[in-house]
Design a protein around this ligand. Structure first.
Ligand code: BDR
Ligand code: CA
Length: 330
């Protein structure tokens, strides 16, 4: 009997763990071939986010995946962090095991460039500010053609979270995001309009707690902290699992419905800096955001789409994937 084993997609995960980044790592490592993880200053300072990535890899028994330090701050502005969501360490909550592995020598941006040049068929998953990816494109523009696809947690086709208009990852480094969205890449954008559909409830966190593995126990503790902080800051029950959506869309494309749109990034607005301006005028007639945009637009078609913007999540399918993933780890 011939058994056909489907090759796992090769990915680099660029992230700033971060509670929801931690879940993106868990999904990606289980279902994709993670060539390496590059840290980026975002939710917390670079030393912490890279250390947090190592801790998650230690927890799930995959300490051999290389972790590199990327940029510590945005291209042109100072770093803004998010301790109100992720605590002082960037990953407050459980006592995670001390990682035996160390951060690898070399810069994360070099790792991204060298890997893309030497390995075919690499996809990027970016769940932090886009500084490392933009820096790689600036240094070696030829890598654009080598990126199979990039799945980005960032932006919003509706409203923001860090400001009324801007989502955190894009707000932190809008210049980098502008570079990435205008680089001619195949982009999947998981904005807040999508990831808010992935708000985990306390009941779902309890279900994770009942999975008898040490990974699930730590995951439940991470969620305990993240639920408390999110509910305190946002005043609504539950916590948005933003980043794992970007990994899930690559693992199983049927989990997210995307619509091609032209997306660019506002760099100047007094109130809108960091906003992802999503042109969905061409979707008139079947407007996926009709709940917030009741009028079919009379505007002419906009620029050619440069991104597939996630608009609908198969929530049940997503949580099935998450629960199965956590149950599969030690
Ligand atoms: C994004 O901001 C960070 O705090 C999360 O990790 C996520 O990547 C959501 O706006
Ligand atoms: Ca993140």
């Amino acid at each position: 009997m011939i058994s056909i084993v489907k090759a796992m997609r090769k990915v680099i995960l660029d992230c700033d763990p971060g509670h929801d980044d931690a879940f993106a790592i868990m999904l990606a490592v289980r279902h994709l071939e993670v060539l390496g993880i590059t840290g980026i200053g975002g939710n917390c300072v670079i030393e912490n986010v890279t250390r947090n990535a190592l801790k998650i890899l230690e927890l799930i028994g995959r300490p051999g995946i290389p972790v590199y330090r990327g940029h510590s701050r945005p291209l042109v502005t100072e770093l803004v962090t998010a301790p109100q969501f992720h605590g002082k360490s960037g990953l407050d909550g459980p006592e995670l095991p001390e990682p035996a592995a160390k951060v690898r020598d070399g810069h994360g941006v070099d790792f991204i460039i060298d890997t893309l040049k030497s390995v075919d068929g690499v996809t990027l998953i970016a769940t932090g500010p886009l500084t490392n990816i933009a820096a790689a494109l600036n240094r070696a523009p030829e890598i654009a053609a080598r990126i199979t696809e990039i799945s980005i947690m960032g932006g919003s086709a509706s409203f923001g979270n860090w400001t009324p208009a801007a989502e955190f990852n894009i707000f932190v480094d809008p210049e980098a995001a502008y570079r990435v969205f205008n680089a001619g890449l195949h982009i999947k954008m998981c904005g807040l309009n999508l990831t808010r559909q992935c708000r985990i409830t306390r009941e779902e966190a309890d279900r994770i707690r009942s999975i008898p593995t040490k990974t699930a126990a730590a995951a439940a503790e991470l969620l305990g902290f993240y639920l408390r902080s999110s509910e305190k800051v946002q005043g609504v029950p539950g916590a948005d699992l933003h980043d794992p959506c970007a990994a899930a869309w690559i693992i199983d494309p049927s989990l997210v419905k995307g619509i091609p749109m032209h997306v660019t990034v506002e760099l100047k607005g007094e109130f809108t800096r960091g906003m992802t301006v999503c042109d969905y005028r061409h979707t008139r007639g079947s407007d996926p955001l009709r709940d917030i945009c009741h009028e079919p637009s009379a505007a002419p078609l906009g620029e050619k789409p440069n991104a597939e913007v996630g608009v609908e999540l198969d929530r049940e399918g997503f949580f099935r994937l998450l629960f199965d993933t956590l149950a599969g780890y030690p």
